[in-house]
Write a protein that binds this ligand. Structure first.
Ligand code: AKG
Ligand code: MN
Length: 109
């Protein structure tokens, strides 16, 4: 994989579905057993602002605009960084309408 995790073989796909107004508060992904595996996130539908902070909740997150088809990978020293999604703005996507779907591929077992 171009992000540098050649041997990443996910065994789980987490699906989140957002409508305008929905958000995901800052959190760490800690449910996976293999801490060396990254999180690979695919965004579909409405745009969203991805908040990506540091290992402490007090570090102010940077904001990244994600659009349909964007892929974000975080792992290594950033694997447990706090992250979240700002409230989705109203909008209409030609394929998914008033929805954003996010897929995260993980090594859960
Ligand atoms: O919706 C996103 O882009 C992030 C999803 C996420 O962080 C999660 O499912 O743990
Ligand atoms: Mn997460």
């Amino acid at each position: 994989m171009r992000a540098g995790y050649e041997n990443f073989l996910p065994d789980a796909c987490w699906i989140n579905c957002y409508e305008p107004g929905a958000r995901l508060s800052l959190h760490q992904d800690k449910n996976e057993r293999d801490e060396s595996a990254p999180i690979v996130s695919v965004s579909l539908g409405l745009p969203a602002v991805f908040l990506f902070g540091g290992l402490s909740r007090t570090i102010r997150p940077k904001r990244y605009q994600l659009v349909h088809g964007d892929v974000v990978v975080w792992g290594g020293p950033a694997r447990f960084n706090f992250h979240g999604i700002a409230p989705l703005l109203e909008g209409y996507h030609p394929i998914l309408g008033r929805k954003r779907i996010n897929l995260t591929f993980r090594k859960a077992l």
